[in-house]
Ligand binder design. Structure first.
Ligand SMILES: [Fe+2]
Length: 180
């Protein structure tokens, strides 16, 4: 289950309802998929073949169709990142810049873990949303954020897009942001 850490105060928010309520004030959507539906060999696998990626997407066909109906996504895929990813350092360095997009950024964690760092209101400041398998998050358009991995550095996630170019990162220069 996702957990939130507010960077300025180190306050931790946990428990599904608390997490959902906190995120909803920033219009961040937080939902769940049942990853136990996946065959065992796909549940903790970070070197997926295209066939295996297809099998994951087929397993969650109903969940994807539901998101398409509610939110208008038109394409989706699976991203895997691990030490086996050739340019992992470069990719992470690129990810770890505060930015915005013109459409929402939705991710569903299938295996591993990941963290979204999101800008809240002026008083709250930035907060980390630590995601584990089954967690779905959607960061709204024009909300400053970035994504990174945990120390384990591995994740499998489903991504959905409305427009291919809606996901272009627009740098968000924020003197208030401190890496922590
Ligand atoms: Fe982003």
């Amino acid at each position: 289950m996702a957990e939130i850490r507010i960077r300025n105060t180190n306050e931790i928010i946990s428990g599904e309802d608390n997490v959902r309520n906190f995120l909803s004030q920033y219009e961040v959507i937080y939902e769940h998929w049942d990853v136990s539906k996946l065959p065992a060999e796909l549940q903790n696998n970070f070197t997926l073949s295209d066939e295996q990626k297809g099998e994951i997407l087929r397993t969650f066909d109903a969940e994807i169709k539901d998101l398409v109906a509610r939110r208008g996504y038109r394409t989706w895929d699976i991203i895997t990142l691990s030490e086996a990813t050739p340019n992992i350092e470069e990719l992470l360095a690129k990810f770890e810049q505060v930015h915005t997009h013109t459409e929402d950024e939705i991710r569903v964690i299938i295996a591993g873990a990941g963290t979204f760092i999101i800008k809240g209101d002026d008083q709250t400041g930035y907060f980390d949303v630590n995601l584990v398998p089954g967690d779905l998050i959607s960061v709204p358009e024009n909300t400053a954020h970035f994504f990174t991995l945990t120390d384990e550095r591995k994740v499998v996630a489903v991504r959905l897009f409305v427009e291919e170019n809606g996901w272009i990162a627009h740098p968000y220069d924020d003197p208030a942001f401190k890496k922590a």
